[in-house]
Design a protein around this ligand. Structure first.
Ligand code: ZN
Ligand code: ZN
Ligand code: FE
Length: 757
C-alpha cells in the first residue's frame, strides 16, 4: 500500500477536472481525495503501486477536453487508510498563479438535449455541463466553486443536485449547472427598460426581430444589439442609433451551411468558426450574399460567428436567418454588461431588451480573428481565449504587470514562464474604458492572487497606461519602446531567443527621439535593440487630427516630395488646404513621423478614397480591398541611403504616384503598385540588414500587418529569399498584443538582475 500527493498546475479548474480524477480513482480502485487549491489541484491517493502508476499515466495522457496541464509533481506520503475517494471543498493559499477557464461554447451533448422534447432541459436557454458554459465572466473570486460565481444565488433543485453529486454524470461538479426549475430565467423589457409581462420572452424577441426592430440581447460577456442582417433599413437605423459611422458589424449565423451562402470558407476558417472559442472570423464576402449594404461599408470582409450559448442557438433556430450581433454600446464605449447600466445605456438604441437574471461579473467582448495565407492571425483576443495562459520564453522572476498601450488596450500578468493576457478593454481615451481598465487590473489581481512587483509600460508619456504605471509605482516601472515591444511580442509567441531583424509597421508609437515612429526595422532581442532602418520623416499636420483626415498626410507627403499639390484639388480638402500647408511650412503642431500607417493614409487619399475616416486604419483597409482585385508588375521607386540608421526615402514613390494620377491611372492599380512597393521595400532592407548582421530571422509585427495582402506577399517573398519569417498567430499584431512583448522585455531585465529606472 502506497500514498502519493500529486500537485497539478495548468487550466484544471472549472473544466471538469475533479470529476475526471474521481472517475479515474474509482477505476484504479484508489482512495483519498481531490481538491481545488488557489493555484492548482491537489490529489492524494492511496492503493497499490501499480495502480498508482497507471492512475498517474492516464491523468496526464487523457485529461478532459478543456483542461491544459502545465506541470505535475508528486511526493510519497504515509498511507492513512482512507475508506473512499472524496471531492473536498476548495481551499485558498497565497502562492503560485491560478488559472481560470475562459467561457466555452455549448457542447454537442448539451445541444442535443436542448432540442430533445423528452429532455427536462428541452429549450432551456441556460443549460451547460462540465464541458461547456460560462466560466470567466461569472467568477467573482478564486478558487472556482459555485458559491464564488454569479450562480451562487440559484439553489440547486433536487434533480440538479443529484446530477451534480453523481460522479458518472456529465454535470458532476459543473458549477454553473441549472435547469428550468432552479436556474436563471429570461425576461423581456421594452426599450426604456420596463419589464413586459410575458409567457415566452424568447418568442417575443424573435417576433421583434422579424418585424425589423433592434433587440438588445444579454449574452455571456455583455449585451449585444441584434437585428436582421438582410434588412438594410434596420441595419442603417442601428448604425445611426449607435453613432457608429462605418465600423463593420459582425453577424451571427445559424450554421456552417448558412455561412457558405454569405462568404467563401476555407477548412481552417471553418475550424475556427466551429471551435469551442467561437470567435468572430473575418471572411471574404460573396458578391451575391443577401446582406444589407451598410453592414460593412467599403469592406470586402464580413465578420461572422456561430451561436455560442443555448440562447443563441434557440434564437437563430427560430429565426432562421442571419442577424447582426454587435456589441451593446454606443460607439467606443465599453460593452454594457451590468443590467441596470445596460437598460440606461441601451435606452434609445434598442426597441426591446431580452435579458435574464444570471449576472455577468466581468464583461468580455467577442474575439475577432482571420486567416492569412493559411494561418490564423488574431485581431482581438478576448472571449473564449482570455484568460488562458501563454508561455514566456524567459521567466519573470518577480510578479510583473505589463500595461499595454492606449488603443485596443489589454494588460498582462507575468509570473515565472507564464503570461496571462487580459480580455480586450478598448481605447483608453474614453473615460469609461479607462475606468474599466483600472477595475479589471484590480479584479485580475484578486482572481489570480497577483501582486505586481515590477511593471512594464509604453514610453509614451500621455498614454493612460503609462500614467497608471508611473503614478502608482514609479520606482518599479520599466518603460519599453513601442516597436521593441511589438517585435518582442511576436518573438515571445514563437519562443525565439536569438536576435532577429524585426519589421514593425503600425500607425504610430512613441520613439526615443520623441518622433512618431511606425515604419521601423529593429535589430535585437528582448534585452536590447538597435533602430537599424526607418522611413524618412514627414510632418503629421495637426497631429491626432491627421488620423481622421488622411488627406492631411497626402499633402504632407506631396510637399515633402516636392510635388505641386494644387493639381490634386479633389483629393485634398479644398477648404482647409491652405491652412494645413502653412502648418507644414511653419512646422507648427506637425510632429515628424516615419509611420507606414500614415503613408497608407496618404496614398489612399490620393487614390481618391475619402477625406475623412471614422476609425484609424479605415483608409488602409479600403486601399487593400481595391488592390486585391488587380495585378501589376510595376513597383514604385524608393531609395535607401547608407547612414545609420538607414533611411528609406519615400519621395520618389510619391512623385511616381502623382504621375500615375496625372495619367489617369486607375486607383486600384495605384493601390496594387503601392502594396508591391512595400513588399519590395521590406525585402530590400532585410537583405541589407542580413548582409551586415548575418541574421536570417525576420519577425513581422504592428497593426499594418493586419493587411492580408501585404502580409501574405511579404511572407512569400522573404521565404523565397531564404529568411525564416515569423508573424503573429496567437496574440494580435496590433497594440492588443503589445503587453506580451512588454512582459518579455521585463523578464529579460530581471534575468540580468536589473531594476527599472
Ligand atoms: Zn455541455
Ligand atoms: Zn435544477
Ligand atoms: Fe503599435
Amino acid at each position: 500500500m502506497e500514498r502519493r500527493a500529486i500537485l497539478i498546475r495548468g487550466v484544471v479548474q472549472g473544466v471538469g477536472f475533479r470529476p475526471f480524477v474521481h472517475r479515474l480513482a474509482s477505476r484504479f480502485d484508489l482512495r483519498g481525495f481531490v481538491r481545488n487549491q488557489t493555484s492548482d489541484v491537489l490529489i492524494e491517493v492511496e492503493g497499490e503501486g501499480r495502480s498508482l502508476d497507471g492512475f498517474l499515466a492516464e491523468l496526464t495522457s487523457g485529461p478532459p477536453p478543456l483542461a491544459q496541464i502545465d506541470e505535475v509533481r508528486w511526493v510519497s506520503r504515509l498511507p492513512r487508510g482512507d475508506l473512499d475517494f472524496a471531492i473536498e471543498m476548495s481551499t485558498s493559499d497565497a502562492s503560485g498563479l491560478i488559472f481560470h477557464s475562459p467561457d466555452i461554447s455549448t457542447c454537442d451533448d448539451c445541444l442535443a438535449e436542448l432540442f430533445d422534447p423528452s429532455d427536462r432541459r428541452y429549450r432551456y436557454p441556460f443549460l451547460n455541463c462540465t464541458n461547456c458554459g460560462p466560466r470567466f465572466t461569472i467568477i467573482r473570486s478564486a478558487p472556482y466553486d459555485r458559491e464564488r460565481t454569479t450562480m451562487a444565488s440559484f439553489a440547486l433543485c433536487a434533480a440538479c443536485q443529484a446530477e451534480y453529486r453523481d460522479p458518472s454524470n456529465r454535470r458532476f461538479h459543473a458549477e454553473p449547472v441549472a435547469c428550468p426549475v432552479c436556474g436563471p430565467r429570461l425576461r423581456i423589457l421594452d426599450g426604456q427598460g420596463r419589464a413586459i409581462d410575458s409567457e415566452d420572452p424568447l418568442a417575443n424577441a424573435v417576433e421583434a426581430l422579424r418585424q425589423g426592430k433592434v433587440v438588445a440581447i444579454k449574452g455571456l460577456g455583455g449585451y449585444h444589439l441584434a437585428c436582421l442582417a438582410g434588412d438594410e433599413r434596420v441595419v442603417a437605423e442601428l448604425r445611426r442609433r449607435k453613432h457608429r459611422d462605418e465600423k463593420p458589424f459582425a453577424l451571427m449565423v445559424r450554421d456552417l451551411g448558412e455561412v457558405r451562402r454569405i462568404a467563401a470558407l476555407s477548412p481552417i476558417e471553418e475550424e475556427l468558426l466551429r471551435s469551442r472559442r467561437r470567435p468572430i472570423v473575418l471572411l471574404r464576402r460573396l458578391a451575391n450574399a443577401d446582406l444589407a449594404s451598410s453592414i460593412a461599408p467599403g469592406n470586402r470582409a464580413v465578420g461572422v460567428m456561430l451561436p455560442y450559448t443555448p440562447l443563441h442557438h434557440l434564437l437563430l433556430d427560430s429565426l432562421g436567418s442571419a442577424v447582426v450581433m454587435t456589441s451593446g454600446n454606443r460607439s467606443d464605449e465599453p460593452i454594457a454588461h451590468d443590467d441596470l447600466d445596460a437598460t440606461k445605456r441601451l435606452a434609445g438604441i434598442a426597441d426591446v431588451i431580452l435579458a435574464h437574471d444570471r449576472p455577468i461579473h466581468i464583461r468580455c467582448d467577442d474575439s475577432v480573428t482571420r486567416v492569412v495565407a493559411g494561418v490564423e492571425m488574431p485581431v482581438r483576443r478576448s472571449r473564449g481565449y482570455a484568460p488562458l495562459p501563454l508561455n514566456l520564453p524567459l521567466a519573470c522572476r518577480r510578479p510583473t504587470l505589463a500595461l499595454g498601450a492606449q488603443v485596443k488596450s489589454t494588460f498582462a500578468l507575468g509570473r515565472e514562464r507564464c503570461a496571462i493576457l487580459s480580455h480586450h478593454i478598448g481605447d483608453l481615451d474614453h473615460y469609461e474604458n479607462h475606468r474599466a481598465y483600472v477595475e479589471a487590473i484590480a479584479h485580475y489581481g484578486r482572481l489570480f492572487s497577483f501582486r505586481p512587483e515590477f511593471l512594464a509600460h509604453d514610453l509614451h508619456p500621455d498614454y493612460m497606461s503609462t500614467r497608471y504605471a508611473t503614478e502608482q509605482h514609479a520606482s518599479k516601472a520599466l518603460g519599453v519602446q513601442h516597436h521593441h515591444a511589438h517585435i518582442a511580442s511576436c518573438m515571445a509567441e514563437h519562443g525565439l531567443i536569438e536576435p532577429v531583424i524585426g519589421v514593425a509597421f503600425d500607425g504610430t508609437g512613441y520613439g526615443t527621439d520623441g518622433a512618431l515612429w511606425g515604419g521601423e526595422f529593429l535589430i535585437g532581442d528582448y534585452r536590447a535593440y538597435r533602430r537599424a532602418a526607418h522611413l524618412r520623416y514627414v510632418p503629421v499636420p495637426g497631429g491626432e487630427r491627421a488620423i481622421h483626415e488622411p488627406w492631411r498626410m497626402a499633402l504632407a507627403h506631396l510637399v515633402d516630395a516636392g510635388v505641386e499639390p494644387a493639381q490634386f484639388r479633389e483629393q485634398l480638402c479644398p477648404v482647409a488646404r491652405a491652412a494645413v500647408l502653412r502648418q507644414i511650412e511653419r512646422q507648427f503642431s506637425s510632429p515628424p513621423t516615419s509611420s507606414v500607417g500614415r503613408l497608407f493614409d496618404a496614398v489612399a487619399a490620393l487614390a481618391g478614397l475619402r477625406h475623412r475616416v471614422t476609425f484609424e486604419g479605415q483608409a488602409a483597409i479600403e486601399l487593400e480591398a481595391m488592390a486585391s482585385d488587380v495585378s501589376t508588375d510595376v513597383i514604385y521607386p524608393f531609395e535607401i541611403d547608407s547612414g545609420s540608421p538607414l533611411v528609406i526615402d519615400t519621395r520618389p514613390l510619391m512623385v511616381q504616384v502623382a504621375e500615375d494620377l496625372g495619367r489617369d491611372c486607375a486607383p486600384a492599380i495605384i493601390a496594387r503598385r503601392f502594396h508591391s512597393t512595400l513588399v519590395e521595400m521590406i525585402a530590400c532592407v532585410c537583405s541589407r540588414l542580413a548582409d551586415e548582421s548575418g541574421l536570417r530571422t525576420v519577425v513581422l509585427s504592428g497593426g499594418v500587418f493586419l493587411n492580408a495582402l501585404l502580409t501574405h506577399e511579404t511572407v512569400a517573398r522573404l521565404t523565397r529569399e531564404r529568411f525564416r519569417v515569423f508573424r503573429h498567430q496567437r496574440v494580435p499584431t496590433n497594440d492588443g498584443g503589445l503587453c506580451l512583448g512588454q512582459l518579455a522585455v521585463a523578464a529579460a531585465w530581471q534575468e540580468r538582475g536589473l531594476d527599472p529606472g
